[in-house]
Design a protein around this ligand. Structure first.
Ligand SMILES: NC(=O)c1ccc[n+]([C@@H]2O[C@H](COP(=O)([O-])OP(=O)(O)OC[C@H]3O[C@@H](n4cnc5c(N)ncnc54)[C@H](O)[C@@H]3O)[C@@H](O)[C@H]2O)c1
Length: 368
């Protein structure tokens, strides 16, 4: 089955869980509810062939439970491929907490969530995603060891976002090299959509390199802050996708490459941090290819964060974290060339390699 974003009107027609289009033979899906703290969460474990399913927790005000379930299924599947393509001995998992992180996140809720994570005995290991901070993972750590992304003062590797941004920057440079013949981004116009933890750090790398950066966000305060700090231009129009830029970096939420946006996109390269950028990976990956737009697969270039948190499990330090993250440049170039040689979309080329590794390990596991 192929992951696809559906709206609630379409979703009700199909079986609620195993029949969802986003269901991809996930091993386990856990629904967590706690009336006292108001916790409503879903943990998705897609695959544990390579090891425990590691992936962040997202807190978001979904319109309905279908959206939350669809999101956790898509995100956890992506984590399996992310770890496999990056060569980490981790499976794929993710969690979503339904609610507004600004108003509904409390220490009690985070700890209760941690207890649910603990009850899985290490099959799922959490970390931060949208709506989460390092301090939230520190709270989870009070009730379970199955958490990463905790503060450096508490023995963790700290906030993974700057490392994610560095990996995205490396992937973007590789895609630029492939498309424009140079990986120097000076004078290239880059649109960064979403200037949160990762987006801001990406803006810093880009402005340091002399790129012309346009920023967009739904948070006005952030826009002003980041614009002043880095001299980035705030997007003022009302149709961001039509903006004539060289590179589009989606760093907010997923599925921004879809039927409505794809024909407007002017960028020649798409490289960003958001997970699941293609609303439908089969259709939209091909459409980008047909338009001559080079798409750096999201799960490949946003792996810096998982490389960073994996260090907490494997006890490697900053030098190795940076080496592995820098290597995203080489892997991206290899995938782009592989896609061309095999007449595949770049997304499919990356998926094939990741799936091949998972299948090979599964065979090894069953023989041992
Ligand atoms: N943090 C990491 O290490 C990491 C790792 C891998 C992937 N990602 C992915 O990268 C993306 C960004 O992560 P983050 O940690 O920076 O999240 P974040 O919550 O810190 O930032 C997201 C930003 O996007 C903005 N935003 C939301 N909807 C928007 C819209 N429609 N248009 C413009 N801006 C919008 C928010 O206001 C916020 O500033 C997410 O999709 C996340 O899953 C993050």
């Amino acid at each position: 089955m192929v992951s696809e974003v559906l709206n609630a009107n379409e979703l009700y027609k199909i079986d609620p869980v195993f029949g969802q289009l986003s269901f991809d033979n996930h091993e386990q899906i856990v629904f967590c509810n706690d009336k006292d703290t108001g916790l409503k969460a879903i943990i998705g474990i897609h695959n544990t062939v390579f090891g425990p399913a590691l992936g962040g927790t997202r807190m978001w005000q979904y319109n309905n439970e279908w959206e939350a379930l669809n999101d956790v299924l898509r995100l956890s599947r992506g984590m399996s491929f992310k770890s496999a393509i990056t060569g980490l001995n981790l499976g794929g998992g993710k969690a979503v907490i339904i609610g507004d992180a600004k108003t509904q996140k409390t220490p009690e809720l985070m700890k209760r969530f941690g207890e649910f994570v603990h009850s899985l005995g290490g099959r799922y290991i959490t970390a931060e995603d949208v709506g989460m901070e390092t301090i939230d993972m520190d709270l989870v750590r009070e009730v379970t060891p199955y958490v990463t992304g905790i503060s450096e003062s508490k023995g963790g590797a700290g906030n993974p976002s700057p490392i994610t941004a560095y990996g995205v920057f490396m992937g973007m440079k590789a895609a630029a090299k492939y498309k424009f013949g140079t990986d120097v981004l000076e004078d290239k116009t880059v649109l960064v959509q979403g200037i949160g933890h990762v987006g801001e750090s990406l803006v810093e790398h880009l402005t340091n390199e002399g790129a012309k950066v346009i920023i967009s966000d739904i948070n006005e305060g952030r826009l002003n802050e980041v614009s002043i700090k880095y001299g980035a231009q705030i997007y003022k129009g009302n149709d961001i996708y039509s903006e004539p830029v060289d590179i589009y970096a989606p760093c907010a939420l997923g599925a921004t490459i879809n039927d409505d946006t794809i024909n407007k996109i002017q960028a020649k390269v798409i490289a960003g941090a958001a997970n699941n950028q293609l609303a439908n990976e089969l259709i939209h990956g091909q459409m980008l290819q047909d338009k001559g737009i080079v798409y750096a697969p999201d799960f490949l270039i946003n792996a810096g964060g998982i490389i960073n948190v994996y260090a907490e499990l494997e006890n490697y330090g900053k030098t190795e974290i940076m080496r592995k993250t820098e290597n995203i440049y080489n892997t991206t170039l290899e995938i782009l060339n592989n896609a061309e040689t095999n007449s595949l979309t770049t997304h499919q080329a990356a998926l094939n390699i990741a799936q091949g590794r998972i299948d090979a390990r599964k065979k090894e596991n069953s023989n041992s």
